[in-house]
Every structure is written in C-alpha cells, then in structure tokens.
Design a protein. Structure first.
Lengths: 479, 95
C-alpha cells in the first residue's frame, strides 16, 4: 500500500495504525532473516507511536498524511534514545541524546518508526557489503546486493517491510540502491533538508532523501522534511511546492540527454532508458541529445573531495567521547590509534587514508585543490544545460544489481557504480531514480531525472508523468 | 604519483590509524590504483578556474544570540567509554 492509499484508509477508520504496524512487524519477522535490511527493529517505539497516531486520527484534528504510516530510517540518522550505529563497530552501541531535525519533523507528523536500517559503514560504499552487521540482500535475487549505501532502505521498501524509508545520498547512495531494488529514490537539492543529526560523511555533498514506492509518495515525504533549520546554516527558506503541478504532465518539457552518460553502460540499461525517452516523446516532451564531456572527471573529483571531507569529519571518532574504545592501550596516542584501527572497517580506513593523502602537504594542490576546480567545471556545465532543458535524463548506474562479492578487491571498479550519480552531488542538484524496466534476469533498472537547483517540482512532474504512462509490467520480488 | 610503503605509514600516522605489515602492502597497491585513477584529472586545464568548496550562495548566516538550555551532562556522558567525576576519562597525558 502506498502512503496515500494507507492515509486514506486511516482517515476513513477502515484500519488503525496499530493494526498496520503489527502487520509490518510480522512481515519483518517473516522476511528480514533472508533480506537483512534492519539493524534494529523498534517494536516498542513503533507500537507506542502507532497508538499515539490512532488517538490523533480519532480526535478529528487535521493530521499529516504521514500520521500513522510505518516507515524506517537509515542508521546514520540520529534518532533520540534509539541506537544509531552507522553500521560501524565504532558506533555499535551509540544512543544519540538528540534527534536529527528531519526525524523531529517526521516524528512530529506522526510517523511510526519500525526500525533503523542497514547501510555501508558510514555510508561509504555501493552495496551495503561494508556494513559491520553484514550485507543487505536484494529482494529480487538474494545472491545479489541491494546497492548502497542506503541498501537497507531500498530493500525494506521493495520487500514491503516499510511503506517508505529515509536514506542519505553523498554520491548516489539513495538513487543507486533505489535503482537496484526497483523503488523511487530522491536526493533533493543541497540545502533542502537539514543535515543536523546526520552522521556526516562529506558535509558539502551529503543530503538526506526518500525511498518510496512511487513518485507521489516521495514528493509527499520530502515536503514534510524540507525547510530552513537554524541548526544547519546551509539550509534555505524556499517554497516547498513539489505537490503542486505533480500531475500536470510534461507536454511542454524539453528533456536533455547527455550522450557521455550512456558510454560503458550495459545494453539492457541503455535500452530501458531509450524506451522511456520514447514514452516521454509520446507524452509530447521534446528530447534533445547534447554533450557533457566533464562526466568522466566528476567521479575522481568526487572521491577526492568526499574522502578529504570524510577524513576530517571522522576525526571525531577517537574513543574518548562516545563509541568503541580499545582495551589495548598504553597512552593517549595508542588510545586514538587502536580504537580507530579496531573500530573502523577496511573501506572506511581506505577512504580516510585517501582523504588524508589528498589534504597532506605536497599533495593538497595536486589533488584536493584540483578536484575543487573540476567541481566548478562540472557545476558550470549543468548551469549551461539547464538554461536549455527542464530536466535531464541519464542512467542511474551502469548495470543492474551485481553479485555479492563481485569486484571485492578492486576499489576503482567498485567506484564505477557511482559514475552517473556523483556529478549531481558535486553540483548540488536534485535528482531521482525512477523504475523504468527490468533486465533479462528480471532485475530492476532505474533512470535518473535531474533538475536545476531547487526545481524539485519539475523533477517530480517528469517522474510522475512517466510513472503514469509507463507500459512495462511491474514485477514484485518473490520474498 | 607513486604511493610507497613510507607514504602509507606517514599518512596512517597523520590519520591516527595503525596498519600492520600485511595491511600496508595491500593498502599501497589499492591506494596506488585510486591515485592513478585520480591522476586523470591532470588532463584538464584548470589554470583559470576558481575552486568550489561549497555550492550554496549563503554568506555569513547569522542568528540572534538567545540563551537556550544545553544538553544534560549525564545524558552526554552516558555514551562515554570511560568517565570519572562528570568528565571523560583518558590515560595520563602530563607527567
């Protein structure tokens, strides 16, 4: 059931939030042993929130459409009094004394939290395989990854173990798992949603986003999360207007298609997106191919900037104030080194090392400064493109979900899964993954719709128009 | 640029990480492949390009200085691995 369907039933008293919540908790018990989307299931908190939602609904007061709807939250978003692990040993027992602003908003709207879901450790990865708590499997094929880093969020929505989920996206971490699991995944414009209470990975790139069953649901949840926050000075006070015009179609749209984004992409993925572009044409949109040659430079620039910021952000994990502390210490320096070395996993250490390297004396100009200049170029290219196009359409990832363990020892090959998504974070644009078909193995394919900063409205409108007109049969995972 | 074992050990020390001999060998190879990948950025001329640290246009976001209650000390210390008399406890740092 979508949020909108469920909200209608709750408001008409056809069903209670407690009933729906119990039903979802049962589904989690039945399916999650196989999928492993959840790190923590919060049964007690869920039932308490459902009870409160039912009271609110019964009182007849005007409630949010999210009131009483069961959902999940990625485990790198602070939820007061609920364990927030970042899928890391170093934060394995961390119970935040405060909530992220976005969770305060959703909780205030009456959301029912079913639990905290899995991710790559500190959101660093493309498959959830770097999670300290084990991999989240793809509901469409349990031998394959769910994508990452918000793999738990994507898998729990795909397998109907939550109505929707909140993820975070630094280089594609909402969109790529959404694509692999056949759900809608939205990364809003940088500054739309407060980052207060997100455990930072790369502060100039991080944004929280939504994974949902359809475009309308995603727009609805994002409306509730957005807005200015005095705790995050990068947020802005712009109109939240995503629901307006959602169903107005895209007859007058000009859609840009950057040809370089289709190089080295699997044929099944390419074919599905070309077919989707035909659908747009039949809806009256104009399609224009254009060149954006900066794309291949965006990925290395992203890894340098992302890792540089991560190496600085993750310095806070020192075994002193919270989290894991090694037993094997002799002095303060060994406390830091042992706690961090035993507490962080291999990928996190690799990225801290790369970031430290790029920021260290002798390499700063060659790598970090250079990457920041390339970021300017990438951003300018998008500015130029959006002077001509309402939205831009590209693949989300070069392939569909890969097998667990594939390319395990080749970090660069792994990083390629993000080639189409990282440029968007460098430029801070809004982007979403919308399901657009399946490959020959019946694995889901997503297409990426981008818009200019703070024009989520156009992005949602294009997504909703395609969703309503798409002529492929939806395959439900057999789980 | 060439990533050597010495570079890895130096970077690990800066990052407050310990690497075993085995890890050092593996990391040297992995870091070299990532650095080679990053070196392709040198193919683009960026001499006249400004760097972009942040995409927002916000400058000096100010707020009123209002007194608000801060976190409760015990609540914050609840997550500390070791504490003593309302403080974080660490090994002796001054002789």
């Amino acid at each position: 059931m979508t949020i909108q369907e469920l909200s209608n039933k709750l408001n008409n008293k056809e069903i209670s939030s407690v009933e729906v919540t119990k039903d979802y908790l049962e589904k989690i018990k039945g399916k999650d042993e196989k999928v492993h989307a959840y790190i923590t299931v919060t049964e007690e908190e869920a039932l308490a929130a459902a009870n409160a939602a039912d009271e609110k609904l019964a009182s007849g007061e005007n409630v949010s459409p999210l009131c009483g709807v069961p959902m999940s939250v990625k485990d790198n978003i602070c939820t007061k009094s609920i364990k927030t692990t970042c899928a890391s040993k170093i934060l394995g027992n961390f119970i935040p004394p405060y909530s992220a602003t976005l969770w305060n908003k959703l909780e205030g709207a009456g959301s029912v939290i079913l639990g905290k879901v899995n991710l790559d450790e500190f959101a660093m990865g493309v498959s959830t395989e770097t999670s300290y708590f084990g991999v989240t499997k793809n509901p469409y094929d349990l031998g394959r990854v769910s994508g990452g880093s918000s793999g738990g969020s994507a898998a729990c929505v795909a397998a109907d173990m939550a109505v929707y989920s909140i993820g975070t996206d630094t280089g594609g971490s909402v969109r790529q798992p959404a694509s692999y699991c056949g759900v809608v995944g939205v990364k809003p414009t940088y500054g739309r949603v407060s980052r207060y209470g997100l455990v930072a990975y790369a502060s100039s790139l991080d944004q929280a986003g939504v994974l949902a069953q359809n475009v309308g649901d995603a727009a609805l949840v994002l409306s509730e999360m957005s807005g200015l926050d005095s705790y995050d000075s990068t947020t802005v006070d712009y109109a939240v207007d995503y629901m307006d015009d959602l169903n107005k179609g895209c007859k007058d749209f000009t859609i840009g298609v950057p040809k370089e984004y289709f190089e080295n992409i699997d044929n099944d993925v390419k074919d599905a997106i070309y077919k989707a572009l035909k659908t747009y044409e039949s809806l009256g949109a104009k399609i224009e191919e254009f060149s954006m040659d900066t794309v291949k430079y965006a990925l290395p620039a992203y890894y340098i900037i992302g890792c540089a910021e991560a190496s600085s952000n993750l310095a806070m994990f020192d075994g002193v104030r919270y989290g894991f502390r090694s037993e094997d210490i002799t002095d303060l320096d060994s406390l830091y080194k042992k706690s961090r070395s035993e507490g962080f996993g291999a990928e996190v250490k690799r990225r801290i090392m790369l970031g430290t390297y790029a920021l260290s004396a002798g390499y700063y100009d060659a790598y970090y400064k250079k990457a920041l200049k390339v970021r300017t170029l990438v951003s300018k290219k998008f500015d130029e493109a959006f002077s001509k196009y309402d939205v831009i359409i590209t693949p989300v990832s070069p392939s569909t979900a890969f097998e667990i363990g594939e390319n395990e020892n080749d970090p660069v090959k792994r990083y390629m899964a993000d080639i189409c998504t990282t440029p968007i974070n460098l430029a801070g644009l809004p982007a979403m993954s919308v399901p657009c078909g399946y490959d020959s193995k019946n694995l889901p394919i997503g297409m990426q719709i981008l818009a200019k900063p703070f024009n989520e409205k156009a992005m949602f409108r294009a997504g909703a128009a395609f969703e309503a007109a798409a002529d492929f049969a939806k395959i439900q995972p057999e789980i | 640029m060439k990533v050597t074992k010495e570079v890895i050990l130096h970077i690990a020390d800066l990052a407050k990480l310990e690497v075993t001999d085995e890890e050092c060998g593996k990391l040297t190879g992995e870091m070299q492949s990532i650095v080679d990948f990053a070196d392709q950025l040198n193919k683009i001329d960026t001499d006249q390009i400004d760097s972009m640290e942040h995409i927002t246009q916000n400058v000096n976001v100010l707020r009123d200085d209002v007194i608000k209650p801060s976190f409760d000390r015990d609540e914050l210390l609840a997550n500390a691995p070791q504490k003593y008399a309302g403080c974080y406890k660490v090994p002796k740092i001054v002789e």
